[in-house]
Ligand binder design. Sequence first.
Ligand code: AMP
Ligand code: MG
Length: 349
Amino acid sequence: MDTIYTVIKGDHTDEEQIRRAGDILKAGGLVAFPTETVYGLGGDALNPDSSKKIYAAKGRPSDNPLIVHICRWEDIYRVAEEVTEEAGRLAEAFWPGPLTMILKKKDTVPAETTGGLDTVAVRFPSHPVARRLIEAAGGFVAAPSANSSGKPSPTMAEYVAEDMNGRIDMILDGGAVGIGLESTIVDVSGHKPTILRPGYVTQEMLEKVLGEVSVDRTILDGSTAQRPKAPGMKYRHYAPKGELSIVEGDPEAVVERINSLCACAAAGGKKTGIIATDETFSRYKAASVKSVGSRGDEEAIARSLYRILREFDDEEIEVMYTESFPAYGMGQAIMNRLLKAAGHRIIRV
Ligand code: AMP
Ligand code: MG
């Protein structure tokens, strides 16, 4: 299959491109598009064949459900059976935006889209291209991140092309995304609201609207035998090709340990990489040292993390070390993704 690659400006000049992409989705094809979080791989959420194609293109296990994207709040009633009071309050506070809600599903949503679950994940994105595309496609677009399963989610269309060229019908290149980590997923299907995947919308922000919100403990704890409630979180994820470890502890000791670990790996013939911060960047020695941004700037860290992991892949880095970050606020999402990328390998100094 030839994949159409088109740069989209996001203004009135791109109407023809959006219409064409919408037609592809309506006809059961796949289109990758920018959202405010990461690039999504879209298919018609109400068409079981489209969902099957998404799993095939990504190499994604079919028990890992897809998020249904809508472009009008009231469309939630077409896919969710019971829209709880909590869901209404969260939508008012955070939609359109980087928040996904889990609710009981309606029969209109095929089992292929929800990985056989009786719940459905719904999100109303804020990115103008995403919203217009969903509308052009008829209102319901299933869209997981547009990467091959297991790899870091794409924050630029170039990375989508790397993984999806020849496998999907079209890629809309709307430039680099703003947030860089996937949406927060919160289960509001009945019992106590629970965060299944942390993201830009933090626990603190959700609690301001709902009162106490629980967190699925598998998010940061690799030692528990409990299964994550979001099926996708059990898989190896966001992972670079080489081996990444997180080094945690006193900042001075972390710099020293990372340098000695890298020296050791290099002596063993391995190509090494370090994820540093602006504050420590100049103190590290490795084949490739990259800063995720200033330690205090969580938004910058979120935005650059996946790009750096992909760059390490391009540079064929075999052994990587990263500093650790405080796991509160958006740091919860950053550490969750780093822990997954590192397969929960932590070195405490
Ligand atoms: P992605 O779109 O690639 O970010 O992946 C979607 C994430 O949403 C995966 O981790 C899924 O397991 C999770 N998800 C989707 N639908 C549900 C659901 N009904 N219940 C729990 N988690 C879900
Ligand atoms: Mg994904």
